[in-house]
Ligand binder design. Structure first.
Ligand code: 9WO
Length: 245
């Protein structure tokens, strides 16, 4: 997967190159990340990228010309969809992550100040994505969130291929609790079922904890998700029984 990012702060993306799972993914041939700075596509002595908004008001707007030239340069090498990160976009979820991670190439445009001149959005942006209902100082951290979400799904990036399919949300449910050694930590014991090695029983226990947590913390997820016969029965049983561990 090839990713090109248009940003006034290319240094921010070194965090992805230098750390954790994103570093592993980007060290492989199969993934690449390059940044383009609109400031390198200005024509004036001060390398100006922003100007005052027509109609007045606070702040500055990113000018169209440097962005247009910068996008032209990116387009020499990347014909994938151009995504603008903003609170006005469609909200990111795991389904959208999986859809975008399946594409061979993507371009991200990161706004700063009060945003980008509307004519760039209309003429050059294919899609607008939000990572949630809050305002950042720019699109960079949102692009980094989306890039990390995608890179961890690439084949061979996670320790085991199972991890990505078993985690929160890919199954449409919240994750179950996890335990490691010691068996007794400050008087808090690991649930007995996890020590027994009965994998059918462990699977049932984990699914029960996932269903329970999803219903109490995120009932909206359950309402949208079709429950299987087994899941429906387990959820009904949870209402009637007292907790067995
Ligand atoms: C700044 C501002 C200042 C005064 C009055 C209104 C204002 N709106 C904004 C604003 O939305 N600035 C944005 C900063 C412009 C686009 C880039 N910026 C951004 C992207 N902030 N937050 C995001 C973002 C992106 C994706 N998901 C969540 C938030």
């Amino acid at each position: 997967m090839r990713i090109d990012v248009i940003t006034l702060f290319p240094g921010m993306f070194d965090v992805l190159r230098e750390n954790g799972i994103t570093r592993i993914a980007l060290e492989r041939e199969s993934a690449g990340l390059s940044c383009y700075n609109p400031r390198d596509f200005t024509g004036d002595r001060h390398r100006t990228v922003d100007d005052r908004p027509y109609g007045g008001g606070p702040g500055m707007v990113m000018m169209p010309e440097p962005l247009d030239r910068c996008i032209d340069a990116v387009r020499q090498a990347n014909s994938g969809p151009l995504i603008y990160l903003s609170p006005q976009g469609e909200t990111l979820d795991q389904r959208l992550v999986e859809e975008l991670a399946g594409l061979p190439s993507l371009v991200f445009l990161c706004g700063r100040y009060e945003g980008v001149d509307e004519r760039i959005l209309v003429s050059r942006v294919d899609r607008e994505v939000s990572i949630g209902d809050y305002v950042l100082a720019g699109g960079e951290l949102a692009a980094m969130v989306l890039i990390e979400c995608m890179l961890r799904l690439l084949p061979g990036v996670l320790g085991s291929a199972e991890s990505a399919t078993q985690d929160s949300f890919s199954a449409g449910l919240l994750d179950h609790p996890h335990y490691t050694r010691p068996e007794d930590y400050r008087g808090m014991r690991v649930p007995g079922v996890l020590l027994g090695g009965n994998h059918a029983e462990i699977g049932r226990w984990r699914l029960n904890r996932s269903l329970e947590r999803t219903r109490t913390r995120r009932p909206d997820l359950l309402e949208r998700r079709m429950l299987s016969e087994v899941e429906q029965q387990l959820l009904t049983a949870l209402d009637t029984e007292q907790n067995d561990e």
